[in-house]
Design a protein around this ligand. Structure first.
Ligand code: GLC
Length: 413
Protein backbone atom coordinates (compact mmCIF):
# COMPACT_ATOMS: atom_id res chain seq x y z
CA UNK A 1 0.00 0.00 0.00
CA UNK A 2 2.73 2.41 1.05
CA UNK A 3 4.77 1.24 -1.92
CA UNK A 4 1.81 1.80 -4.26
CA UNK A 5 1.24 5.26 -2.84
CA UNK A 6 4.92 6.15 -3.18
CA UNK A 7 5.18 4.92 -6.74
CA UNK A 8 2.06 6.87 -7.70
CA UNK A 9 3.61 9.96 -6.20
CA UNK A 10 6.94 9.40 -7.95
CA UNK A 11 5.29 8.69 -11.28
CA UNK A 12 3.14 11.77 -10.81
CA UNK A 13 -0.16 9.97 -11.31
CA UNK A 14 -1.84 11.46 -8.29
CA UNK A 15 -3.45 9.81 -5.33
CA UNK A 16 -3.70 6.06 -5.56
CA UNK A 17 -7.23 4.90 -6.20
CA UNK A 18 -8.92 4.28 -2.91
CA UNK A 19 -10.37 0.92 -3.55
CA UNK A 20 -12.77 -1.16 -5.51
CA UNK A 21 -14.06 -0.64 -9.03
CA UNK A 22 -17.09 1.64 -9.03
CA UNK A 23 -18.06 1.13 -12.70
CA UNK A 24 -21.16 -1.03 -12.03
CA UNK A 25 -22.27 1.35 -9.31
CA UNK A 26 -22.03 4.41 -11.53
CA UNK A 27 -24.07 2.68 -14.20
CA UNK A 28 -26.71 1.28 -11.85
CA UNK A 29 -28.15 4.68 -10.87
CA UNK A 30 -31.08 3.30 -8.89
CA UNK A 31 -31.17 1.06 -5.83
CA UNK A 32 -33.50 -0.07 -3.07
CA UNK A 33 -32.68 0.74 0.54
CA UNK A 34 -34.43 -1.44 3.12
CA UNK A 35 -34.60 -0.47 6.80
CA UNK A 36 -36.06 -3.35 8.75
CA UNK A 37 -35.80 -4.66 12.29
CA UNK A 38 -38.15 -5.47 15.20
CA UNK A 39 -38.50 -1.70 15.64
CA UNK A 40 -41.10 -1.98 12.86
CA UNK A 41 -43.40 -3.66 15.43
CA UNK A 42 -43.95 -0.33 17.17
CA UNK A 43 -44.76 1.39 13.94
CA UNK A 44 -42.77 4.43 14.97
CA UNK A 45 -39.28 5.46 14.05
CA UNK A 46 -36.59 3.21 15.45
CA UNK A 47 -36.21 2.73 19.16
CA UNK A 48 -33.81 5.13 20.74
CA UNK A 49 -32.79 4.98 24.40
CA UNK A 50 -32.86 8.74 24.53
CA UNK A 51 -36.56 8.56 23.86
CA UNK A 52 -39.22 7.25 26.15
CA UNK A 53 -39.23 3.47 25.74
CA UNK A 54 -37.19 1.64 28.35
CA UNK A 55 -34.45 -0.40 26.77
CA UNK A 56 -35.37 -3.63 28.57
CA UNK A 57 -38.96 -3.42 27.42
CA UNK A 58 -37.85 -2.98 23.84
CA UNK A 59 -35.41 -5.85 24.05
CA UNK A 60 -37.90 -8.32 25.51
CA UNK A 61 -40.53 -7.45 22.93
CA UNK A 62 -37.99 -7.54 20.09
CA UNK A 63 -37.34 -11.20 20.79
CA UNK A 64 -40.96 -11.91 19.88
CA UNK A 65 -40.44 -10.60 16.33
CA UNK A 66 -42.08 -13.05 13.97
CA UNK A 67 -42.39 -11.75 10.42
CA UNK A 68 -44.46 -14.52 8.89
CA UNK A 69 -45.03 -12.90 5.52
CA UNK A 70 -41.40 -12.11 4.82
CA UNK A 71 -40.54 -13.34 1.36
CA UNK A 72 -37.12 -12.33 0.10
CA UNK A 73 -37.94 -13.22 -3.50
CA UNK A 74 -40.91 -10.91 -3.61
CA UNK A 75 -38.79 -8.03 -2.30
CA UNK A 76 -36.14 -8.65 -4.93
CA UNK A 77 -38.75 -8.99 -7.66
CA UNK A 78 -40.38 -5.74 -6.60
CA UNK A 79 -37.00 -4.02 -6.76
CA UNK A 80 -36.52 -5.42 -10.25
CA UNK A 81 -39.93 -4.27 -11.39
CA UNK A 82 -39.10 -0.84 -10.04
CA UNK A 83 -36.01 -0.82 -12.26
CA UNK A 84 -33.66 -0.94 -9.31
CA UNK A 85 -30.20 -2.35 -9.89
CA UNK A 86 -29.01 -3.05 -6.35
CA UNK A 87 -30.34 -3.47 -2.84
CA UNK A 88 -28.91 -2.29 0.48
CA UNK A 89 -30.32 -3.98 3.58
CA UNK A 90 -29.93 -3.16 7.29
CA UNK A 91 -28.12 -6.17 8.74
CA UNK A 92 -27.94 -4.16 11.96
CA UNK A 93 -29.58 -0.80 12.54
CA UNK A 94 -29.00 1.53 15.52
CA UNK A 95 -31.25 -0.63 17.72
CA UNK A 96 -28.46 -3.23 17.67
CA UNK A 97 -30.73 -6.09 16.64
CA UNK A 98 -29.00 -8.39 14.15
CA UNK A 99 -31.08 -9.42 11.17
CA UNK A 100 -28.48 -12.11 10.53
CA UNK A 101 -27.26 -15.13 12.44
CA UNK A 102 -24.33 -13.59 14.27
CA UNK A 103 -22.41 -15.92 16.56
CA UNK A 104 -21.45 -12.90 18.67
CA UNK A 105 -24.83 -12.06 20.14
CA UNK A 106 -28.21 -13.52 21.04
CA UNK A 107 -29.94 -10.29 20.14
CA UNK A 108 -30.71 -11.57 16.68
CA UNK A 109 -33.43 -12.78 14.38
CA UNK A 110 -32.46 -16.45 14.60
CA UNK A 111 -33.25 -16.41 18.35
CA UNK A 112 -36.82 -15.18 17.78
CA UNK A 113 -39.77 -17.49 17.08
CA UNK A 114 -39.17 -17.04 13.35
CA UNK A 115 -35.64 -18.47 13.54
CA UNK A 116 -35.05 -17.27 9.99
CA UNK A 117 -31.79 -15.70 8.91
CA UNK A 118 -33.35 -12.84 6.96
CA UNK A 119 -30.05 -11.69 5.50
CA UNK A 120 -29.24 -15.21 4.28
CA UNK A 121 -32.63 -15.50 2.60
CA UNK A 122 -32.24 -12.12 0.99
CA UNK A 123 -28.71 -12.92 -0.16
CA UNK A 124 -29.94 -16.16 -1.76
CA UNK A 125 -32.84 -14.43 -3.51
CA UNK A 126 -30.50 -11.68 -4.78
CA UNK A 127 -28.07 -14.26 -6.09
CA UNK A 128 -30.84 -16.10 -7.91
CA UNK A 129 -32.16 -12.89 -9.44
CA UNK A 130 -28.76 -11.47 -10.30
CA UNK A 131 -29.26 -8.50 -7.96
CA UNK A 132 -26.19 -7.04 -6.22
CA UNK A 133 -26.70 -6.94 -2.45
CA UNK A 134 -25.24 -4.31 -0.18
CA UNK A 135 -25.10 -4.54 3.59
CA UNK A 136 -25.94 -1.61 5.84
CA UNK A 137 -24.29 -1.85 9.25
CA UNK A 138 -24.80 0.76 11.94
CA UNK A 139 -21.76 1.49 14.05
CA UNK A 140 -24.13 2.88 16.63
CA UNK A 141 -25.57 0.18 18.88
CA UNK A 142 -28.23 0.99 21.43
CA UNK A 143 -28.19 -2.56 22.71
CA UNK A 144 -24.56 -3.54 23.11
CA UNK A 145 -23.34 -2.90 26.68
CA UNK A 146 -19.85 -2.03 25.44
CA UNK A 147 -21.27 0.72 23.30
CA UNK A 148 -23.69 2.15 25.81
CA UNK A 149 -22.04 1.14 29.00
CA UNK A 150 -24.16 -1.00 31.27
CA UNK A 151 -26.93 0.96 33.01
CA UNK A 152 -26.25 3.90 30.75
CA UNK A 153 -28.67 6.68 31.55
CA UNK A 154 -30.59 8.09 28.61
CA UNK A 155 -28.39 10.45 26.67
CA UNK A 156 -25.14 8.75 27.67
CA UNK A 157 -24.95 6.69 24.55
CA UNK A 158 -21.75 8.23 23.26
CA UNK A 159 -19.08 5.67 24.04
CA UNK A 160 -16.50 8.40 24.43
CA UNK A 161 -17.72 8.49 28.02
CA UNK A 162 -16.51 4.93 28.56
CA UNK A 163 -13.08 4.65 26.96
CA UNK A 164 -12.29 1.38 28.73
CA UNK A 165 -15.10 -0.42 26.93
CA UNK A 166 -14.24 0.93 23.58
CA UNK A 167 -11.73 -1.65 22.30
CA UNK A 168 -14.22 -4.40 23.14
CA UNK A 169 -16.95 -2.77 21.11
CA UNK A 170 -14.55 -2.13 18.22
CA UNK A 171 -13.70 -5.82 18.28
CA UNK A 172 -17.38 -6.74 18.21
CA UNK A 173 -17.87 -4.57 15.12
CA UNK A 174 -14.84 -6.02 13.39
CA UNK A 175 -15.89 -9.60 14.05
CA UNK A 176 -19.42 -8.96 12.86
CA UNK A 177 -18.11 -7.38 9.70
CA UNK A 178 -16.01 -10.51 9.28
CA UNK A 179 -19.15 -12.64 9.55
CA UNK A 180 -20.92 -10.44 7.04
CA UNK A 181 -17.94 -10.69 4.71
CA UNK A 182 -17.72 -14.47 4.83
CA UNK A 183 -21.17 -15.98 5.35
CA UNK A 184 -23.42 -14.26 2.83
CA UNK A 185 -21.70 -14.60 -0.52
CA UNK A 186 -20.59 -11.64 -2.54
CA UNK A 187 -21.24 -8.28 -0.91
CA UNK A 188 -21.62 -5.43 -3.39
CA UNK A 189 -21.51 -2.59 -0.87
CA UNK A 190 -20.71 -2.06 2.78
CA UNK A 191 -22.91 0.80 3.86
CA UNK A 192 -21.74 1.93 7.28
CA UNK A 193 -23.70 4.45 9.27
CA UNK A 194 -23.18 6.45 12.43
CA UNK A 195 -19.41 6.35 12.19
CA UNK A 196 -18.95 10.05 11.67
CA UNK A 197 -19.83 10.95 15.21
CA UNK A 198 -17.07 12.60 17.16
CA UNK A 199 -14.85 9.55 17.47
CA UNK A 200 -11.40 9.02 16.14
CA UNK A 201 -10.17 6.66 13.50
CA UNK A 202 -8.44 4.54 16.07
CA UNK A 203 -11.54 4.26 18.23
CA UNK A 204 -13.40 2.51 15.52
CA UNK A 205 -10.50 0.46 14.29
CA UNK A 206 -11.53 1.43 10.77
CA UNK A 207 -8.20 0.87 9.06
CA UNK A 208 -8.20 -2.77 10.16
CA UNK A 209 -11.85 -3.22 9.25
CA UNK A 210 -11.31 -1.73 5.81
CA UNK A 211 -8.24 -3.85 5.19
CA UNK A 212 -10.19 -6.94 6.18
CA UNK A 213 -13.06 -6.10 3.83
CA UNK A 214 -10.63 -5.50 0.99
CA UNK A 215 -9.11 -8.91 1.63
CA UNK A 216 -12.36 -10.85 2.06
CA UNK A 217 -14.58 -8.96 -0.37
CA UNK A 218 -12.27 -7.25 -2.84
CA UNK A 219 -15.12 -6.07 -5.06
CA UNK A 220 -17.22 -4.55 -2.27
CA UNK A 221 -17.56 -0.78 -2.26
CA UNK A 222 -17.42 1.00 1.08
CA UNK A 223 -19.38 4.20 1.68
CA UNK A 224 -18.06 7.37 3.25
CA UNK A 225 -19.75 7.31 6.67
CA UNK A 226 -16.69 6.33 8.56
CA UNK A 227 -13.78 8.63 9.12
CA UNK A 228 -11.93 7.30 6.09
CA UNK A 229 -12.67 8.36 2.54
CA UNK A 230 -15.05 5.88 0.95
CA UNK A 231 -15.47 4.49 -2.55
CA UNK A 232 -18.51 6.74 -2.90
CA UNK A 233 -20.11 9.64 -1.05
CA UNK A 234 -23.57 9.55 0.45
CA UNK A 235 -26.11 12.35 0.41
CA UNK A 236 -29.15 12.10 2.65
CA UNK A 237 -32.62 13.31 1.67
CA UNK A 238 -31.28 16.34 -0.22
CA UNK A 239 -29.14 16.92 -3.26
CA UNK A 240 -26.52 19.45 -2.20
CA UNK A 241 -26.60 22.71 -4.08
CA UNK A 242 -23.55 23.37 -6.20
CA UNK A 243 -20.99 24.97 -3.92
CA UNK A 244 -22.10 23.00 -0.88
CA UNK A 245 -19.91 20.12 0.25
CA UNK A 246 -20.71 16.97 -1.68
CA UNK A 247 -17.80 14.64 -1.15
CA UNK A 248 -15.89 12.98 -3.97
CA UNK A 249 -17.78 11.20 -6.78
CA UNK A 250 -19.48 8.83 -7.26
CA UNK A 251 -22.42 10.04 -5.22
CA UNK A 252 -25.51 8.37 -3.92
CA UNK A 253 -28.62 10.13 -2.63
CA UNK A 254 -30.61 8.12 -0.09
CA UNK A 255 -34.22 9.15 0.23
CA UNK A 256 -37.28 8.05 2.19
CA UNK A 257 -40.69 7.72 0.51
CA UNK A 258 -42.44 8.86 3.69
CA UNK A 259 -40.73 10.73 6.51
CA UNK A 260 -39.07 7.88 8.39
CA UNK A 261 -36.53 5.19 7.48
CA UNK A 262 -38.22 2.39 9.39
CA UNK A 263 -41.90 1.47 9.06
CA UNK A 264 -44.31 4.01 10.47
CA UNK A 265 -47.95 3.31 11.15
CA UNK A 266 -48.92 6.94 11.29
CA UNK A 267 -46.84 8.63 8.63
CA UNK A 268 -48.95 9.41 5.55
CA UNK A 269 -46.59 12.00 4.20
CA UNK A 270 -45.68 10.03 1.09
CA UNK A 271 -43.77 11.58 -1.75
CA UNK A 272 -45.62 11.15 -5.02
CA UNK A 273 -44.35 8.91 -7.80
CA UNK A 274 -43.78 12.05 -9.92
CA UNK A 275 -41.65 13.55 -7.18
CA UNK A 276 -39.61 10.35 -6.86
CA UNK A 277 -39.08 10.23 -10.62
CA UNK A 278 -37.93 13.83 -10.62
CA UNK A 279 -35.51 13.06 -7.76
CA UNK A 280 -34.14 10.11 -9.73
CA UNK A 281 -33.66 12.36 -12.76
CA UNK A 282 -32.14 15.16 -10.69
CA UNK A 283 -29.72 12.77 -9.03
CA UNK A 284 -28.77 11.33 -12.43
CA UNK A 285 -28.41 14.91 -13.71
CA UNK A 286 -25.69 15.28 -11.13
CA UNK A 287 -24.17 11.91 -12.01
CA UNK A 288 -25.50 10.43 -8.75
CA UNK A 289 -27.45 7.31 -7.83
CA UNK A 290 -30.76 7.30 -6.01
CA UNK A 291 -31.09 4.79 -3.16
CA UNK A 292 -34.80 4.84 -2.44
CA UNK A 293 -35.86 3.54 0.94
CA UNK A 294 -38.69 1.34 2.14
CA UNK A 295 -39.34 0.28 5.73
CA UNK A 296 -41.20 -3.04 5.55
CA UNK A 297 -44.05 -3.71 7.97
CA UNK A 298 -43.51 -6.04 10.94
CA UNK A 299 -45.15 -8.84 8.95
CA UNK A 300 -42.41 -8.58 6.33
CA UNK A 301 -44.69 -7.06 3.69
CA UNK A 302 -43.90 -3.82 1.97
CA UNK A 303 -46.85 -1.47 2.39
CA UNK A 304 -49.03 -0.89 -0.69
CA UNK A 305 -48.32 2.86 -0.80
CA UNK A 306 -44.62 2.10 -1.31
CA UNK A 307 -45.24 -0.73 -3.73
CA UNK A 308 -47.45 1.45 -5.94
CA UNK A 309 -44.84 4.17 -6.10
CA UNK A 310 -42.00 1.77 -6.85
CA UNK A 311 -44.01 0.22 -9.68
CA UNK A 312 -44.82 3.66 -11.09
CA UNK A 313 -41.13 4.57 -11.14
CA UNK A 314 -40.47 1.19 -12.79
CA UNK A 315 -43.02 1.96 -15.52
CA UNK A 316 -41.41 5.31 -16.15
CA UNK A 317 -38.00 3.67 -16.36
CA UNK A 318 -39.25 1.12 -18.88
CA UNK A 319 -39.85 3.98 -21.27
CA UNK A 320 -37.08 6.34 -20.14
CA UNK A 321 -34.42 4.14 -18.56
CA UNK A 322 -32.03 4.85 -21.41
CA UNK A 323 -31.83 8.43 -20.12
CA UNK A 324 -30.80 7.21 -16.66
CA UNK A 325 -28.83 3.95 -16.61
CA UNK A 326 -25.19 4.26 -17.55
CA UNK A 327 -25.41 8.02 -18.02
CA UNK A 328 -23.26 10.71 -16.56
CA UNK A 329 -24.18 14.26 -15.56
CA UNK A 330 -25.36 16.17 -18.62
CA UNK A 331 -23.84 19.34 -20.06
CA UNK A 332 -26.98 21.48 -19.85
CA UNK A 333 -26.65 23.75 -16.87
CA UNK A 334 -27.98 22.15 -13.77
CA UNK A 335 -29.65 24.74 -11.63
CA UNK A 336 -31.44 23.15 -8.72
CA UNK A 337 -33.53 26.19 -7.76
CA UNK A 338 -37.16 25.34 -7.54
CA UNK A 339 -38.14 27.34 -10.62
CA UNK A 340 -35.87 25.32 -12.90
CA UNK A 341 -37.70 22.85 -15.02
CA UNK A 342 -35.01 20.62 -16.39
CA UNK A 343 -31.89 18.57 -15.78
CA UNK A 344 -29.80 16.65 -18.27
CA UNK A 345 -27.88 13.42 -18.50
CA UNK A 346 -25.54 12.23 -21.23
CA UNK A 347 -24.30 9.05 -22.83
CA UNK A 348 -22.53 8.20 -26.11
CA UNK A 349 -23.02 11.47 -27.98
CA UNK A 350 -26.62 11.86 -26.81
CA UNK A 351 -27.90 14.38 -24.30
CA UNK A 352 -31.13 13.60 -22.48
CA UNK A 353 -33.09 16.63 -21.42
CA UNK A 354 -35.43 15.71 -18.57
CA UNK A 355 -38.32 18.14 -18.30
CA UNK A 356 -39.47 17.70 -14.75
CA UNK A 357 -42.26 20.21 -14.56
CA UNK A 358 -44.77 21.37 -17.10
CA UNK A 359 -43.47 24.59 -18.53
CA UNK A 360 -45.96 27.42 -18.74
CA UNK A 361 -45.43 27.89 -22.44
CA UNK A 362 -44.86 25.22 -25.01
CA UNK A 363 -41.60 26.81 -25.88
CA UNK A 364 -38.58 26.04 -23.92
CA UNK A 365 -35.35 27.94 -23.99
CA UNK A 366 -32.29 26.12 -22.71
CA UNK A 367 -28.87 27.63 -22.47
CA UNK A 368 -26.67 25.22 -24.39
CA UNK A 369 -23.31 26.82 -25.12
CA UNK A 370 -21.09 24.70 -27.32
CA UNK A 371 -23.75 22.09 -27.98
CA UNK A 372 -24.51 21.30 -31.63
CA UNK A 373 -27.77 19.42 -31.89
CA UNK A 374 -28.46 17.29 -34.96
CA UNK A 375 -31.85 15.90 -34.05
CA UNK A 376 -34.31 16.18 -31.18
CA UNK A 377 -37.08 13.76 -30.35
CA UNK A 378 -39.14 12.48 -27.47
CA UNK A 379 -37.55 9.48 -25.86
CA UNK A 380 -40.95 7.94 -25.23
CA UNK A 381 -42.66 7.34 -28.58
CA UNK A 382 -39.92 8.96 -30.67
CA UNK A 383 -41.96 11.97 -31.94
CA UNK A 384 -39.71 14.61 -33.49
CA UNK A 385 -39.25 17.84 -31.57
CA UNK A 386 -38.78 21.01 -33.58
CA UNK A 387 -35.82 23.06 -32.45
CA UNK A 388 -33.66 26.04 -33.31
CA UNK A 389 -30.24 26.93 -32.13
CA UNK A 390 -29.63 30.63 -31.80
CA UNK A 391 -26.25 31.50 -30.44
CA UNK A 392 -25.97 29.82 -27.08
CA UNK A 393 -29.69 29.17 -26.85
CA UNK A 394 -31.51 26.05 -27.80
CA UNK A 395 -35.20 26.64 -28.45
CA UNK A 396 -37.48 23.65 -28.35
CA UNK A 397 -41.10 23.50 -29.36
CA UNK A 398 -42.65 21.00 -27.01
CA UNK A 399 -45.04 18.58 -28.70
CA UNK A 400 -47.27 18.15 -25.66
CA UNK A 401 -47.69 19.33 -22.10
CA UNK A 402 -46.38 17.36 -19.14
CA UNK A 403 -43.02 16.07 -18.07
CA UNK A 404 -40.96 14.26 -20.68
CA UNK A 405 -37.47 13.30 -21.73
CA UNK A 406 -36.13 14.79 -24.95
CA UNK A 407 -33.28 13.04 -26.64
CA UNK A 408 -30.80 15.37 -28.29
CA UNK A 409 -28.49 13.73 -30.80
CA UNK A 410 -25.33 15.75 -31.14
CA UNK A 411 -23.30 16.52 -34.22
CA UNK A 412 -19.90 14.93 -34.23
CA UNK A 413 -17.42 17.44 -32.81
C1 GLC B 1 -30.03 8.71 9.29
C2 GLC B 1 -30.87 7.94 10.28
C3 GLC B 1 -30.58 6.48 10.18
C4 GLC B 1 -30.66 5.98 8.76
C5 GLC B 1 -29.76 6.79 7.90
C6 GLC B 1 -29.81 6.43 6.44
O1 GLC B 1 -28.71 8.79 9.66
O2 GLC B 1 -30.61 8.38 11.60
O3 GLC B 1 -31.50 5.79 10.97
O4 GLC B 1 -30.28 4.66 8.73
O5 GLC B 1 -30.12 8.13 8.01
O6 GLC B 1 -29.00 7.31 5.72
Amino acid sequence: MLFAALSCLLLGIGTPSFGADTAWFKEAKFGLFIHWSPSSMWGTEIMDPRRSMPRKEFETAAMRFDPRDFNAKSWVRLAKQAGMRYIVFTAKHHDGFCMFDSALTDFKITKTPSRRDVLAELARACREEGMPLGIYYSLIDWHHPDFLGKDAPPGAWAPKARPALWPRYARYVREQVRELSTKYGEVAVFWFDGGRLSFTLEDWGYPEIFAMIRRLQPKALINDRTLLPGDFSTWEQLIPEPGQPQGPAPHELCLTIGTTWGYSRTDRNFKSAEFLISRLAKAAGRGANLLLNVGPMPSGRIQPEFEERLLAVGDWLKANGEAVYGTSAGPLGYAPQSDVQYVSTAKDGVVYLHLLRVPKSWWLRVRAPGLRVRRARLLEGGAAVTFWQLGENLLLRLPRPGSMVIELLLRAP
